[in-house]
Design a protein around this ligand. Structure first.
Ligand code: IDP
Ligand code: MG
Length: 141
């Protein structure tokens, strides 16, 4: 089992100045940041990242939203990282997210739900590779 997952602090996290709080929360939960960058995703990049959702009713707006401002993809490491980070972020719809999860604390809507987390080991590997070449991922400490 891999010990890494891909997180993204989404545009609503950055434009509401929640970046520091979100990173603190993630570190407090025991994750180590192994790679991180600030970037503006193009529509084409977002379409590539979210290709699995193409055709769904929320797809077009999701592409608009995720390319609307800067975001911060990061590689997180912890034992059982994928499952553990999904618990830390909570359900997609913040109204359904468990108490004291990132989405229950900060997200404003199902679309603007503040943070992304990979949903399986296989997708985590693909998503990490989508943003980070191996040489950008810290291997020591
Ligand atoms: P997840 O982020 O919890 O894994 P997914 O079903 O993979 O949720 O959806 C990807 C993203 O698409 C969500 O995080 C959210 O931003 C957006 N999204 C999903 N479902 C809806 C919806 O019903 N309305 C609006 N946006 C949605
Ligand atoms: Mg998902």
């Amino acid at each position: 089992m891999s010990n890494k997952t891909l997180a993204i602090l989404k545009p609503d996290c950055l434009n509401r100045n929640l970046t520091g709080k979100a990173i603190d929360f993630i570190l407090d939960k025991g994750f180590k940041i192994k790679a991180m960058k600030l970037m503006n995703l193009t529509k084409v990049e977002v379409e590539g990242f979210y290709a699995i959702h193409k055709g769904k009713p929320f797809y077009d707006e999701l592409i608009e939203y995720m390319s609307s401002g800067p975001c911060i993809p990061m590689v997180l490491e912890k034992e059982n990282a994928v499952e553990n980070f999904r618990e830390v972020i909570g359900a997609t719809d913040p109204r359904e997210a468990a108490e004291n999860t990132l989405r229950s604390l900060y997200a404003k809507s199902t679309q603007r739900n503040t943070v992304h987390g990979s949903d399986s080991e296989e997708n985590a590997q693909k998503e990490i590779a989508f943003f980070f070449p191996l040489k950008e991922i810290i291997t020591c400490q």
